[in-house]
Design a protein around this ligand. Structure first.
Ligand SMILES: [Fe+2]
Ligand SMILES: [Fe+2]
Length: 376
C-alpha cells in the first residue's frame, strides 16, 4: 500500500498541513498517511505543547483525510536521535512502500540535514512548493545534482504561507485562529492550552477602550510577524509581552508616585515611561529588556536594542494604522526592517518638527544617531 510519511512539530497542526497531505496523496495515488509528530525532550520551552496534546490535535486535524490515517509515535519510543536518516528506515520496515513528504523550504537546506545522502536513498522524497519560497521543481533540480534527481518527486501543489508563530499569537491573545482545522480550536480551549497570558490580556482589555485594545493586539501581531520574517531572533515571549503592554498606561495617566522624567509629565510621551513602571507594578514584569522596549516605544532614542526597534516599528505599522503614508512605510519595512525603522523615525521626526509642538530630547538623539549619522 503506497504510504505517505509526513513529520512535523504540529504545534498546532493547521489547515495547510492537511491540504498539503491531501494533495500529495492524490498526486501520488497513496492510500495511507502516516503522521509523525517530532519528539524533542530537550526543547520544551515557548508554549511547546506536550507530545500527547500534539498527537491528539493531529488526530483531530487529519480526521477527514481520505484513506487510512495513522499517527505514529516512533520518535517518542526512540526518545532521542530522531534524525530522518534513522527514522525513515524504521518506518519503511513497518509500512513498506513509503514516500517522505517535505516542503521545498526544507529541501533548500538539505545539505545541512544530518546524513543527507542516506535520507535521499532511504525512500523517495516528495517535495511540495511553498508560497514565498523557491518552487519544488527548481529546488529538486538543484539538490538533485548532488543527491540524485531520481530520489525526489516534485509535486504540483503549492502550499499557502501559514505561520505557526502567528497562529500561536492569536491563541495567546484569546482569539480563534481560522488557520486551524475544525475541532482544533475547540480542543485547545477545552484543554486550556495557550492560556499562559490570558490573564494579562483580560486585564489590559479592562484598562483600554476597544480601539486601543485592538491596536495593542495589532502591534503584537506585527511585532511577531517582523521578528520571524526578518529573522530578528528576539525571544518570542519578550516580543509578545513588550508589544502587548506597550500602551498599558496610555489611558491610565495617574502618576501614583512612580518614577518618571519630569519633562515628560503633561506631554504625549509620558505614557511610555509610565507604561514601563506600570508594567512592572501591575503585571510583574521585571525583565529590563521588555521594560525598555515599552519605555522608548514613542520617542525612540540613540543606540536602541533590536527589541526596542522592533516594538517602535511595529507600533507605527500595525494593521489598525491606515493613514498616509503608513501603507508605503509598511512596504519599506516588509522589504527591509532597518530601512523601515529609519523611515518611520524620519517621518515621525519631520511630522513633529512641522507641527512645532516640541521635540522630546530622546527623539532628537535618535534622529541624530540613526538619520544624520546613519548608524545601525
Ligand atoms: Fe504608545
Ligand atoms: Fe501604540
Amino acid at each position: 500500500m503506497k504510504t505517505i510519511v509526513f513529520g512535523g512539530a504540529f504545534a498546532p497542526p493547521h489547515r495547510e498541513h492537511v491540504k498539503m497531505c491531501e494533495s500529495a496523496m492524490k498526486e501520488l495515488g497513496a492510500e495511507r498517511l502516516v503522521l509523525v509528530p517530532t519528539y524533542l525532550p530537550a526543547h520544551k520551552t515557548e508554549h511547546y505543547l506536550s507530545f500527547e496534546d500534539r498527537c491528539a490535535l493531529v488526530k483531530i486535524a487529519f480526521k477527514d483525510v481520505c484513506g487510512e490515517v495513522v499517527v505514529d509515535d516512533v520518535e517518542r519510543r526512540r526518545g532521542e536521535d530522531n534524525y530522518s536518516y534513522l527514522v525513515l528506515p524504521i518506518l519503511k520496515e513497518k509500512y513498506g512502500d513509503i514516500v517522505y513528504l517535505i516542503g521545498s523550504d526544507s529541501l533548500e537546506y538539505f545539505d545541512k540535514w544530518k546524513e543527507p545522502q542516506r535520507v535521499a536513498t532511504a525512500c523517495k522524497i516528495a517535495v511540495c512548493s511553498r508560497e514565498g519560497y523557491a518552487g519544488a521543481d527548481e529546488v529538486v533540480k538543484l539538490v538533485g545534482t548532488k543527491y540524485g534527481v531520481e530520489n525526489f518527486i516534485p509535486l504540483e501543489h503549492v502550499g499557502g504561507d501559514v505561520s505557526s508563530s502567528m497562529i500561536k499569537t492569536k491563541l495567546l491573545l484569546g482569539e480563534d485562529a481560522d488557520e486551524l482545522p475544525d475541532g482544533v480550536n475547540e480542543y485547545i480551549k477545552t484543554h486550556g492550552l495557550f492560556d499562559d497570558y490570558i490573564e494579562f490580556v483580560e486585564r489590559l482589555k479592562s484598562y483600554q477602550t476597544d480601539e486601543l485594545f485592538f491596536h495593542s493586539k495589532s502591534v503584537v501581531k506585527r511585532a511577531v510577524e517582523f521578528n520571524s520574517k526578518h529573522i530578528l531572533l528576539q525571544d518570542y515571549d519578550k516580543v509578545f509581552l513588550a508589544a502587548l503592554l506597550h500602551d498599558n498606561a496610555k489611558q491610565r495617566k495617574s502618576l501614583d508616585g512612580l518614577n518618571v522624567p519630569e519633562d515628560a509629565v503633561g506631554t504625549p510621551v509620558l505614557h511610555q515611561f509610565l507604561g514601563a513602571e506600570k508594567a512592572r507594578r501591575d503585571f510583574g514584569i521585571e525583565d529590563e529588556e521588555i521594560l525598555n522596549a515599552i519605555r522608548y516605544h514613542t520617542t525612540a532614542k540613540a543606540n536602541m536594542t533590536m527589541l526596542e526597534k522592533l516594538i517602535y516599528t511595529a507600533d507605527s505599522l500595525s494593521d489598525d494604522r491606515t493613514y498616509e503614508p503608513i501603507p508605503e512605510l509598511r512596504k519599506i519595512a516588509i522589504a527591509d526592517f532597518e530601512k523601515g525603522f529609519k523611515a518611520i523615525l524620519k517621518y515621525t521626526y519631520d511630522k513633529i518638527a512641522e507641527r512645532g509642538t516640541g521635540m522630546y530630547p530622546l527623539t532628537e538623539d535618535a534622529y541624530r544617531y540613526y538619520i544624520l549619522e546613519d548608524r545601525d
